[in-house]
Write a protein of this length. Structure first.
Length: 109
């Protein structure tokens, strides 16, 4: 729950920082569906990068610690799927904010 909230906040903040760019996209004819797809790709990309970095660091540092949890390949795949699902769900709030952007914002309105 905490990671989902953090991811949602990061994606939402990144989307709010791009309000003018989203407004320009709408002015040139981009549909909300296209913009939603872009935000979803961004969220899934961040989730994939985070999982890969976390899994790599955990694998490399595991032998250094006296006790560690054995992570089987099936567990890693399940973890990756859960991370991507959490990121997809977290992007819903940002997609909603992007769909409400007024195209007039791009021209200073």
């Amino acid at each position: 729950m905490v990671s989902a909230a953090i991811v949602a906040f990061i994606i939402y903040t990144m989307t709010l920082n791009k309000v003018r760019e989203i407004a320009v996209l709408k002015l040139i004819g981009a549909r909300n569906r296209t913009i939603a797809g872009m935000i979803l790709q961004q969220a899934l990309g961040l989730g994939a990068i985070g999982f890969i970095v976390g899994k790599t660091v955990a694998t490399l540092w595991a032998p250094i610690f006296p006790k560690y949890v054995l992570l089987l390949p099936g567990d890693a795949m399940l973890g990756a799927a859960l991370v991507l699902a959490i990121c997809a769900l977290a992007s819903v709030v940002a997609i909603g904010a992007a769909s409400r952007v007024d195209p007039a914002t791009a021209i200073g309105g």
